[in-house]
Write a new protein. Structure first.
Ligand code: ATP
Ligand code: MG
Length: 426
């Protein structure tokens, strides 16, 4: 039988894993810059956590979860998103009792959703996300949004727009839900089956429908911002004026509601028009969730956060500057004795912090030089019978093409001098 990876999963092969590490490193640096600390939560959680936190009527919970019973019959789910786990951990570990009222976390790792795989959509995919929990302040909404914009700017992504909207507080959403129902009631039988369900359970979700998105009733649907309570409007106005002050470009997108249930007040998406992703692709999204923590049994602490799809960031990044770091030394032994000596030198050089490798295939010079090339080795170290006898090695600098005979005990000093003395080291 021939094995293949399950549909919707992807192997990240060595030729691209370096680029993933670069992306991860850049994200970690930005987090350090923003004083946001990493939180690592389990890849699986109790299913109830997601149905409670994400919402029973959402696509994620009703259609997309990887759930199974474990050996004791507990219902377990592979995490479809990161916020629920962080919120659970925040409550369980009583992080709300820490002296800093505003806690800021980030996470990075695989998420699982049963979806139809396509460009930028997988069943196992990766998210980088940030949560800022503890304050209701619009300043924190904006800190979050600025951070999301910083991410795409640092990656050099072009054709990016920040879309924002406000769902308001409980009272605003009650009024808005009523208005939506009145608006969609006359055309309900023209909408998809899902939307008819949503109409009863959660009419906001209708605006998030991918099937009915071009229906005429979508275009003139009531706008959340017309139903905001006084205080919700004040919050949203402050968010907008802070963004203006910081000269962050944004558009108010009144149909933006987001697919997960826990959002209130500010919601936002970072949308890319990069043709590699297809126009209008969402690379990152987030918003405020004021009742999530209390719903999970914690105090009434509000939060705000966002998540980026890392595969979509990788696609938008494209294939350029894939220049791989090379080896310092590739060791090329000729014959058995030389190979024994090569193994000694290899181990010694690695212990000294150099990046090196050696030929393990007992090939001739030509094949070994090809490997030195493929690995972008700075030096090729040739060890033949004569070198073994004289206790030296032949060092060829692959940049200057210069060759030097170096006594065994001087190898480290030779490489260091070479790097320090010249402009060879990239
Ligand atoms: P979409 O509308 O594209 O399905 P979503 O609203 O379900 O996105 P969120 O739950 O907000 O997405 O997740 C945040 C980000 O994670 C998305 O903007 C996207 O970049 C990424 N993402 C979501 N689902 C997938 C997936 N199946 N494969 C790859 N990336 C994904
Ligand atoms: Mg989705």
């Amino acid at each position: 039988m021939a094995y293949s990876a399950p549909r919707g999963t992807v192997d990240i092969l060595p030729e691209v894993s370096g680029k993933w590490q670069e992306l991860e490193q850049l994200l970690r640096t930005i987090c350090a810059n923003y004083n946001v600390k990493e939180m690592r939560t389990p890849i699986f959680e109790h299913t109830e956590l997601f149905s409670r936190a994400v919402g029973d009527t959402t696509d994620v919970v009703t259609k997309e979860m990887y759930s199974f019973a474990d050996k004791k019959g507990r219902s377990i789910t592979l995490r479809p998103e990161g916020t629920a786990g962080i919120a659970r951990s925040y409550v369980e570990n009583k992080l709300y009792a820490l002296p800093e009222k505003l806690q800021k976390y980030y996470y990075m790792g695989p998420m699982f959703r049963y979806e139809r795989p396509q460009n930028g959509r997988q069943r196992q995919f990766h998210q980088f996300g940030v949560e800022m929990i503890g304050l209701e302040s619009p300043y924190v909404d904006v800190e979050c949004m600025v951070m999301a914009v910083t991410v795409v700017e640092a990656l050099g992504l072009k054709d990016i727009t920040l879309h924002i909207n406000s769902l308001g507080d409980e009272a605003s959403r009650d009024a808005y839900r009523e208005a939506l129902k009145q608006h969609f009631a006359p055309v309900l039988n023209e909408l998809c089956y899902d939307c008819q369900q949503r109409f009863e359970k959660n009419p906001l979700r209708i605006l998030d429908c991918k099937v009915d998105k071009d229906h005429s009733a979508m275009k003139d649907a009531p706008r959340t911002i017309d139903y905001l309570s006084e205080s919700a409007k004040e919050h949203f106005d402050k968010v907008c004026s802070l963004l203006d002050d910081l000269e962050i470009d944004y558009v108010i997108d009144t149909n933006l509601v987001r697919g997960l249930d826990y959002y209130s007040h500010t919601v936002f998406e970072v949308i890319s028009d990069d043709p590699k992703l297809g126009a209008g692709a969402t690379v990152g999204a987030g918003g405020r969730y004021n009742s999530l923590i209390s719903e999970l049994g914690g105090p009434d602490n509000p939060g705000v956060g966002f998540a980026f799809g890392m595969e979509r960031l990788m696609i938008a990044l494209g294939d350029d500057n894939n220049e791989e770091d090379g080896l310092d030394v590739y060791i090329m032994p000729l014959g058995h004795e030389a190979k024994d000596l090569a193994m000694q030198i290899l181990t010694m050089l690695r212990a000294n912090g150099f990046t090196c490798d050696m030929d393990q295939c007992d090939r001739g010079l030509k094949g070994q030089f090809k490997s030195a090339d493929r690995y972008h080795a700075h030096f090729s170290m040739i060890i033949g019978e004569e070198e073994v006898q004289k206790e030296v090695v032949n060092m060829k600098c692959n940049h200057s093409k210069e060759q030097s005979i170096v006594p065994l005990e001087n190898i480290v000093a030779f490489i260091e001098n070479h790097y320090e003395g010249g402009d060879h080291h990239e």
